[in-house]
Design a protein around this ligand. Sequence first.
Ligand code: AMP
Length: 421
Amino acid sequence: MTKAVKGTHDLFKESLRCQQAVVSRAREWLEAAGASEIATPVFELTEVFERGVGESTDIVQKEMFTFTDRGNRSLTLRPEGTAGVVRAYIEHGMKVWPQPVRLWYAGPMFRAERPQKGRQRQFHQVGFELLGSASPLADAEAVALSYRILETLGLRDMKLKLGSVGDAEDRRRYNQYLREALSPRQDDLSPDSQRRLSTNPMRILDSKSEDDRQVLKELGIRPMLEFLGPGAREHFEAVKRILGGLGVPFEVDPAIVRGLDYYARTSWEIHHEQLGAQSALGGGGRYDGLAELLGGPPTPGVGWALGIERVCLALEAEGVSPPPERTLDIYIAPLGEGQLELALAAAASLWPEVRAEYALSPRKPGKAIREAEKRGARFVGLLGEEEARAGALTIKDIASGRQQTVPLNRVREWLESGGEL
Ligand code: AMP
């Protein structure tokens, strides 16, 4: 049997309904805040991610699904959404729209990671980008939206961790400090982190390797927050104050560093306490230099993405169920060969207001009722010779057993008005 590729999943029934519930709750909040939806292609020129996510990141170094097309172009399945959205903002001249521009998206992302619970190779994100404002109000708005969406989905055991990665100059000083502090212990670091020591020492703080964590602890490495310059510090204070005013609970995490190179200033993650190793539900940050990296005009921006599968795992852990599927209103059964086409026509006349299925071959009444029950239908509609002649349907309420013959052209109205027998 051929199976779905490792790290990919089929979504249907509850798993899909949960994803849809997350996206529709996000849509509700984000569109209320003035965002419009954008759908960018699932693949882009590889350089969009190399430049837009950063050459030194784990994503670009080892997690991208990259392939060459027939025209010898290097293409990559998107590992995240921001780079593509900012590419689109530049390409379509959104800089001349009233600023800031708020965009949101939802869709599949692809990363060649080692699959485990909460970590897939194809996963889904819903995300928000606010482009064209450098104000701390924009950061606070973005953080608040990411938190409120999760909160109103019903999640309680969440921690919002807020930090700042400073401005480019602050990070240069911090990287310099890290290089000096870590070099004497270089040999004790993981191979990845030895490489990072020259390319991007801040990535070492993100490392999951036990060896790396031990070295960092022993050396008592100072956090990025201590290296903020006056501009980034003032911005961070403002974001905290505004978030406090909005009543969004957060804790300052002095060590927060996010996996993407382009972040500047505000950076945050939301973790769920019952998820174990893969506890991040989502995260975001400010990325003021990104548009220029992608060849556009200087455009400050801030945004976030939530991992939909993780959010669904968290909802399940807290016992929150997705909204139930729309139940079947009526199951229509032809009693003889002569009524087959009429059964389809009767069902088709009820769509889309009424959820109706029909049997594709003749049924005896008893069997039709049992099948209707199995499908969770409220009514069964019996269509025999007599009904066909009269242009009617004998409708039986499965729970009470009562029945009534209703003219076919009145069935929809009858069902919509509650189908009282
Ligand atoms: P990132 O773009 O890495 O900040 O990811 C944002 C969110 O997407 C994370 O917090 C996770 O919830 C989710 N996520 C990232 N990578 C994966 C993956 N491989 N599988 C499932 N969810 C993921």
